[in-house]
Every structure is written in structure tokens, then in C-alpha cells.
Design a protein around this ligand. Structure first.
Ligand code: PLP
Length: 388
């Protein structure tokens, strides 16, 4: 049986390792080589080979696109130079300019949406996607695009994908889900009817905090063609080296996430029982308001969480002065554990009122759990919380 045939029915863990392996016809390299060339020769007059110019197509980029599309169950993926570049493709060609987005979506997404709105490319309607009545009201008028993000950042609110995707379709909108927080290892929005899945591959997919990248996964081959055209037109495609690094990273996505979320569950339970902590936001805790929904909709609870210190901002400052093992840094999804104060870091661009509406308090801290031994991570938090 050819590799293509036996991979068709293979499990995701097998496919993520095998796509692109042993495909080099020149030397039989097991790992697909990196193609750095910016241009490709024609075989003769009018005889273009598979590739001509690396902005429009590159063999290394095509392999990582195939892996991500396969993991998400899409027809194909358009690779981009960042997660925001992937999002920016979505509204280039909308028949209806009305775009519905979560009021607490990633801050960079909001900045981009607002800039495109100022240019007249789109109309933006921000809605609390956890508020059914508000969503139904926003989608009672026709829309071009509905963007969803679940779990939300930083409070890990989970929304019902199947229900909201159906609502979006009824309003005539195409539906895109930003799946960065869970990665395709734990959630596959296309299975619930999504038209597009967005990834900041910077996060779990690459997983080693050394590449900025993005992907737009499309359900139909027609959309893959459309958005590859736009990525080439705008020049938002990634270079070969970043594509190669991301391909190397994604091979271990499933095992990384499995370990990271196992550690996250233990850490969430530790924090939940700690006297200095007033609340823990992690869908894996039975006390989480959408625990049952997360259990049904996701393949796991993920490795992101946030928690509130009873001592507020002063306690946050003391804890961040002494905490070790966790780097005080933005981003997420890497092999290394991170701690963030959303109020002054990731969500600093939001006004104090907007932060309060979104539930981001001064005492809130967010964790991205890495691959260190969980007992060491718990010990590090325990040491830090002594000064809280
Ligand atoms: N979407 C989410 C949920 C994110 O967290 C981020 C970045 O933090 C982005 C999109 C943007 O991705 P990038 O930084 O790769 O442009």
C-alpha cells in the first residue's frame, strides 16, 4: 500500500508524523528538505513546474499547510506570516461587510478590526458571545462573517460552537473560529460546521516560542484557492525557514498538549485549594460554569488557565517579584511555562472600564503551562504564593 493510501485512515497522531516524510525524490531524504530558493526555473518556454516564485508557493510551506489542514479536517490551509495576517485574509472579499466578533477577542485582533473599519473595508459589531440574547439580536440581521474564540482569553469562558455556528449560518454569515488556545489537538471547529479555522501557529502548533506564524484552514477547496490568491496578492505568506520550524514543531503537538494539560489539571486543582487564591478559571475544574460543555465539545481542557489572588494588585506585585520557573512573558503554548498579568500586559490596551466589563480584575494572573515536571511547577507556585 502506498503511504498516501495507508495514511488515509491513520489516526491523527500517525498522520502528524508521517505527512511529507520520505517524499524527497532527489536523494531519499527521510525528512522533507527545506527549500529556501525564492524562485524556480521553468522547464522551457511556457513550461512552469510546480512552483515559480516563493511568495505564491513553496514546497516546505505546502507540507506544513497539509499537516494543519489534516489535523483540523479542512480541505486545505493557507499559511501566513502571523496569526493576524491569517485573520486579515478573512475580510478581504466579503459580500456583506458586517462582521460580528466577540467583545473580548484577542487585543491584536481588535486593533486590526478597528483599523480595517476605519478604512471602510468592514463594519464591526462587538458582542458578548457568551450572552445568547445579545448574539441572537446581533445575528437577527444579515452578516458576512461571524468570528468566534473559545475558550476566551484570559477568563477561559467556553461557548457552544454548534449552536453559534448554526446561528451565524442562519444570518447568512460564514463562520470562522480562532482555535489558537486549544490547538487542533483538542478542538476541531469544522466538525461543528465552521467554514474557517484560524491559528496563530506561533502558539501550540509550533510550540517552541521561536516562530511567528499563522494559518487559515478552509472547509472548501474553493475557499482555499480564494484565500491563497489573497495571501499571494497581499504578500502575507511565510518564509521557508519559519515553515520548516513550524513543521518540526507540529510533529510533537499531540504528545506535548497531552502532557501539558495533564500538568494543567494538577496545577488548577492545587491553586483551587490554596488560601491565597480566590478564584481559578480552568474548564477542567467541575466548578467551571461551562465544565460540561467543554467536556462535550473539546477533546481535553487545555493548558491555559487564570486565577485571582485575594490580595489584589499588591499581592500580584509581590508574587511576580519572587516567582521562579514561570517566565513573566506574553504569548502562550510553548514548551516553557509562562505567567502574565493580563491587566497590565496582554490586555493593557483595554480601558479600565472595558477590563471590568470583561471581568479582568487587578488580581488576575494567567498561566501557560509548559513541559516542565508538574511537581516542580507546583512547588514554584507554592513558593511564590507564600508572599501573596
Ligand atoms: N489569536 C489569538 C487567540 C492570539 O492569542 C493571538 C496572539 O497572541 C493571535 C490570534 C495573533 O497571532 P500572532 O501573534 O501570531 O499574529
Amino acid at each position: 500500500m502506498s503511504r498516501k493510501d495507508y495514511l488515509k485512515d491513520a489516526k491523527p497522531g500517525t498522520k502528524v508524523i508521517n505527512i511529507g516524510i520520505d517524499t524527497d525524490r532527489a536523494h531519499g531524504a527521510v525528512m522533507p528538505p527545506i527549500y529556501l530558493s525564492s524562485n524556480y526555473s521553468f522547464a522551457g518556454f511556457g513550461q512552469k513546474r510546480g512552483y515559480d516564485y516563493a511568495r505564491s508557493g513553496n514546497p516546505t510551506r505546502d507540507i506544513i499547510a497539509d499537516v494543519i489542514a489534516d489535523l483540523e479536517g479542512g480541505a486545505g490551509a493557507v499559511m501566513t506570516a502571523s496569526g493576524l495576517a491569517a485573520l486579515d485574509l478573512l475580510w478581504q472579499d466579503l459580500p456583506n461587510k458586517r462582521v460580528i466578533v466577540p467583545h473580548d477577542c484577542y487585543g491584536g485582533t481588535q486593533r486590526l478590526l478597528n483599523a480595517r473599519r476605519r478604512q471602510g473595508l468592514i463594519e464591526v459589531v462587538y458582542v458578548d458571545q457568551g450572552d445568547d440574547a445579545a448574539m441572537e439580536s446581533a445575528l437577527s440581521q444579515p452578516a458576512g462573517l461571524l468570528l468566534l474564540e473559545t475558550p476566551s482569553n484570559p477568563l477561559m469562558r467556553v461557548i457552544d460552537l454548534e449552536k453559534l455556528i448554526a446561528l451565524g449560518h442562519a444570518a447568512g454569515a460564514k463562520v470562522a473560529v480562532d482555535n489558537t488556545f486549544l490547538s487542533p489537538a483538542l478542538q476541531n471547529p469544522i466538525a461543528f460546521g465552521a467554514d474557517f479555522v484560524i491559528h496563530s501557529t506561533t502558539k501550540y502548533i509550533n510550540g517552541h516560542s521561536d516562530v511567528i506564524g499563522g494559518a487559515l484552514v478552509c472547509t472548501t477547496a474553493e475557499d482555499v484557492t480564494t484565500y491563497r490568491w489573497w495571501a499571494n496578492c497581499l504578500g502575507s505568506t511565510p518564509g521557508a525557514f519559519d515553515s520548516y520550524m513550524t513543521l518540526r514543531g507540529v510533529r510533537t503537538l499531540l504528545v506535548r498538549v497531552k502532557q501539558q494539560q495533564e500538568s494543567a489539571q494538577a496545577i488548577a486543582e492545587f491553586l483551587d485549594a490554596h488560601p491565597a487564591v480566590s478564584r481559578v478559571f480552568y474548564p477542567g475544574l467541575p466548578s467551571h460554569p461551562q465544565h460540561a460543555l467543554a467536556k462535550r465539545q473539546q477533546k481535553g481542557f487545555g493548558a491555559m488557565m487564570s486565577f485571582e489572588l485575594s490580595g489584589g494588585l499588591e499581592a500580584v506585585k509581590r508574587v511576580l517579584e519572587v516567582v521562579d520557573l514561570f517566565s513573566l512573558a506574553e504569548s502562550l503554548g510553548g514548551v516553557e511555562s509562562l505567567i502574565v498579568h493580563p491587566g497590565s500586559m496582554t490586555h493593557a490596551a483595554m480601558s479600565p472600564e472595558a477590563q471590568a466589563t470583561a471581568g479582568i480584575t487587578e488580581g488576575l494572573l494567567r498561566l501557560s503551562i509548559g513541559l516542565e515536571d508538574p511537581t516542580d511547577l507546583i512547588a514554584a507556585l507554592d513558593r511564590a504564593l507564600q508572599v501573596a
